[in-house]
Design a binder for this molecule. Sequence first.
Ligand SMILES: [Zn+2]
Length: 55
Amino acid sequence: MKVKECAKCPKSGNVMYRVKIDATKNWFFLCKDCTNIEKDNNKFYIYGGTWKGYQ
Ligand SMILES: [Zn+2]
């Protein structure tokens, strides 16, 4: 099973959310908690899919 680190906090997990959170074209992987915060507070938030580290 693979894990990714969250781009905003020290957590890592096997389910991460691919999101845009700024005006650049960059994608970031965030944990669920950070994704929920960005969704509510960030006008640049775009959801791009869910990454899973397991089959
Ligand atoms: Zn996080």
